[in-house]
Design a protein around this ligand. Structure first.
Ligand SMILES: [Zn+2]
Length: 120
């Protein structure tokens, strides 16, 4: 993917990007200059469906954004139960687990979908 050329007619400037598949995409350069987060979200090639990194291709400066992140922790503890079978012990352990304090051992982080906001 590459910036093919910049064309102007004195009124508007058009930046033309060529996708690896050969598709050409024209972008209004004045829009890019006026909107900080222009093309920050995914831009998909209408032909081959690959993501086009428009900001990088046009040499735009990185912007500051707030990202929504979810955190899923993994914690362990031992729960003591009285039971006659493993199945009964599993059920009782789950029932009593809420009464115990778990020390967190590890956590997984994931950026949620459609989650960015430009920092004003
Ligand atoms: Zn393409």
């Amino acid at each position: 993917m590459k910036r093919l050329y910049s064309a102007t007619n004195g009124i508007a400037t058009l930046e033309v990007i060529e996708c690896d598949c050969g598709y050409h995409m024209g972008i209004d350069a004045s829009y890019v200059e006026q909107v900080d987060d222009a093309f920050f979200g995914k831009t998909i090639c209408p032909s081959c469906k690959e993501e086009i990194p428009v900001r990088a291709i046009l040499g735009m400066e990185p912007i500051e954004v707030d990202m929504e992140v979810s955190r899923e922790c993994v914690a362990f503890n031992t729960v003591t139960v009285v039971a006659n079978s493993e199945e009964e012990a599993r059920r009782k352990a789950l029932d009593k687990a809420g009464d115990y304090v778990f020390s967190e051992k590890d956590a997984n982080y994931e950026v949620t979908d459609n989650c960015w906001h430009a920092v004003p």
